[in-house]
Design a protein around this ligand. Structure first.
Ligand SMILES: *Cc1c(COP(=O)(O)O)cnc(C)c1O
Length: 654
């Protein structure tokens, strides 16, 4: 009897308690639940949300967004900073700023500004499109618009326009010659923005984004450059606009020591500038607050060895120390963390459609009287495996399989016999692994069996479109089935996407101590089997690409209600086939006309009948309007079409 399987085992295996931050947990119904405010009163199963969307005619993949999680993150961030300020008697103020590059989705930005209004939540923009979007959001004058990135004159002119619209704008110099640019453009301007300077710190962020900081970083001014820029501003009459020292030592800072080092170094620069007479009163500590993707709570790349309170304590305490020691006022703290704010609200739900290789049932391998002796021997081996003899049985099976291959190559074994023996070999391997895993003296040889038996599950999604960081920076995201968590998962495998690219495969999965090569999954049956890729709300949306022309997925903005149900705030349909073709210049109307021309020609040539020709046109048109991913309906239509094109049954044998 295998030991029984409980919901706690499921929580432990998939780690929801470790990475879920209270937003995701396994429910008593064996489904994964979302609790977007971390208050048990508001909770619903993710599968029920998918089921209601599917009932409305939408297929997965669907990106689910939970505005309530976003709200909770924002509140939590604000309150935790305030608690640290209270604890350490910090006298400076606080401003939260959202870096738009993390996710510029309109719905997310507007929700964030709406919920964040009471905290004067502002925006950070690093490109012209981001500035334009930020300018068009009506925020109150106390919230900041921080402008970063490499700049030209138009950048500065846009900043001036934003000032005229009543915004508090800080243009951050990212390069030393931007001081001259500012002087030139702002010379005769009445409504000048404030100015900040991004400094290149020697302190490094560590982790994957370590190159974002240090002397060789892409952005920021070295200390000699800061000194020079200040002289330029002074000579140009802009010294009184200098307001902020900015630094960003990289995303996903894994080690709290690095936050401390960065804050202290930037604090010193702030104090020095004040002593030089510049009216700086603000320090922007950038982003970088890490997300615990693997739930390990360590300084590993997919985690961080601190929590939010330690992060805010470190910033507040270190700044107070530096300011007090230098005898300057506590600066306003600006925090620009994006990943930690946006990651949790988004998840990708997809269906796993099939497994490869498809395992054939044992019933297809019943030895018959005329079968080769090896087939019969294989069967006897299978029938006689026990926990005591499994190592020998396994060695016997390997020997039989080798012999089989050799004889097959000499033409002494039929294809049918070989098929049966191979089916049985896989069943033997499974049984052996089953016993080996219960044996304390597990040998490496049997661990290898896991590789042999691992499956590929086909997921209806594109890794390049929906989880590009898995490909680009080997990011780990928590991934798990959304249902059937009461059942022990008996299979394990990787997840391949439906692009024609072998890189489109998820081969690494989170684990407490390590990284796993396979994920535990259930045997597929007639029910749809959905898995979720979690914490995908930051960076994945705009880094995603159209490899193989798989388009943007449907997006559902969902609010959980007190009765354990949910409401749909908004649904944004994913790209249709014609929309993605349009991106590569195949204009919709023109493409269809082209197809019709081809068809007409073939009708004239007598290649295709006229009535069939109009059906092909219809199929083409319907596919143009359809989803780029595999659809239940469209797949059916294609199959029907295919069937009609086949010769009538039996024709081939005549
Ligand atoms: C990217 C970026 C951020 C956000 O970093 P996270 O790791 O997402 O918190 C903040 N500030 C600047 C200047 C950035 O470039």
């Amino acid at each position: 009897m295998p030991p029984s399987w409980t919901l706690d085992d499921a929580e432990d295996l998939y780690g929801t308690g470790r990475w879920g931050e209270g937003y995701f947990r396994v429910g008593n119904d064996g489904r994964l639940h979302v609790t977007p405010t971390r208050d048990a009163k508001l909770s619903t199963s993710i599968t029920s949300i998918i089921e209601s969307l599917v009932a409305r005619g939408y297929d997965t993949p669907i990106s689910l967004r939970f505005p309530q999680i976003l709200e909770d993150r924002i509140r939590n961030m604000h309150e935790t900073f305030r608690a640290s300020m209270q604890e350490y008697g910090y006298q400076g103020d606080l401003r939260l700023v959202y870096p738009m590059k993390v996710n510029q989705r309109r719905e997310l930005v507007l929700e964030l500004l709406d919920v964040g209004a009471k905290y004067h939540y502002g925006l950070e923009a690093g490109s012209k499109p981001e500035i334009l979007a930020a300018m068009a959001c009506d925020t109150d004058p106390k919230s900041l618009l921080v402008i970063n990135g490499f700049k030209d004159e138009e950048f500065i002119e846009l900043a001036v326009a934003a000032v005229e619209l009543g915004k508090t704008v800080i243009v951050v110099m990212d390069k030393v010659d931007e001081a001259e640019l500012l002087v030139r453009v702002l010379k005769d301007v009445e409504h000048k923005p404030f100015i900040g300077v991004r400094v290149k710190l020697l302190a490094k962020g560590g982790g994957k984004w370590i190159e974002s900081s240090g002397e060789r970083a892409k952005f920021g001014l070295t200390v000699p450059e800061v000194v020079h820029a200040m002289e330029v501003l002074k000579a140009g009459g802009l010294a009184d606009r200098m307001k902020m020292v900015h630094f960003h030592i990289g995303s996903q800072i894994t080690d709290i020591k690095r936050v401390h080092a960065g804050v202290v170094e930037a604090g010193r620069i702030y104090a020095s500038l004040r002593k030089m007479g510049f009216p700086v009163d603000t320090i922007d500590t950038g982003g970088g607050l890490g997300v615990d993707y693997d739930g390990s709570g360590t300084a590993s790349q997919a985690s961080r060895n601190y929590d939010l309170r330690e992060y805010t304590n470190t910033i507040v305490y270190s700044l107070r120390e530096v300011a007090d020691e230098a005898g300057v006022p506590h600066p306003t703290i600006v925090t620009e963390s994006g990943r930690a704010v946006a990651a949790y609200q988004g998840l990708l739900a997809m269906e796993l459609l099939k497994r490869m290789p498809e395992e054939r049932p044992l019933s297809e391998a019943e030895p018959a009287p005329g079968d080769h002796k090896i087939v019969h021997d294989m069967r006897a081996t299978l029938d006689n495996i026990t926990i005591k003899n499994y190592p020998e049985a396994y060695h016997d099976a390997i020997a039989l399989k080798d012999e089989l291959t050799q004889r097959f190559n000499f033409g002494m074994v039929t294809l049918g016999d070989r098929g049966k023996a191979e089916i049985m070999f896989r069943h033997i391997a499974r049984k052996v692994l089953h016993f080996a895993e219960r044996d304390d003296n597990l040998l490496d040889e049997f661990l290898e069996l896991k590789k042999l038996l691992q499956q590929k599950y086909i997921g209806n999604f594109s890794l390049f479109q929906s989880t590009p960081d898995i490909w680009g920076v080997k990011q780990l995201f928590p991934i798990m089935p959304l249902d059937r968590l009461k059942e022990r998962p008996t299979e394990f495998g990787t997840i391949v996407d439906i692009t024609c690219d072998s890189d489109g495969e998820i081969r690494k999965f989170i684990d407490v101590m390590d990284v796993k090569d396979t994920l535990e999954l259930h045997e597929l049956d007639e029910r749809p089997y959905y898995v979720g890729v979690f914490l995908t709300g930051a960076y994945q949306d705009t880094l995603g690409d159209f490899h193989n022309l798989f388009g943007r997925v449907h997006e559902a903005y969902v609010r959980v209600t007190e009765d354990g149900g949910h409401t749909l705030d908004k649904f944004v349909e994913g790209d249709s086939v014609e929309e993605v073709l349009w991106l590569v210049n195949w204009q919709e109307g023109e493409l269809y006309e082209r197809m019709c021309d081809v068809i007409e020609k073939k009708v004239v040539d007598g290649r295709i009948a006229a009535d069939r020709a109009s059906e092909v046109k219809e199929t083409f048109k319907a596919a143009l309007e359809g989803y780029t991913y595999l659809e239940k309906e469209a797949v059916g239509a294609q199959a029907r079409l295919h069937e009609r094109m086949l010769p009538p049954r039996g024709a081939e044998s005549r």
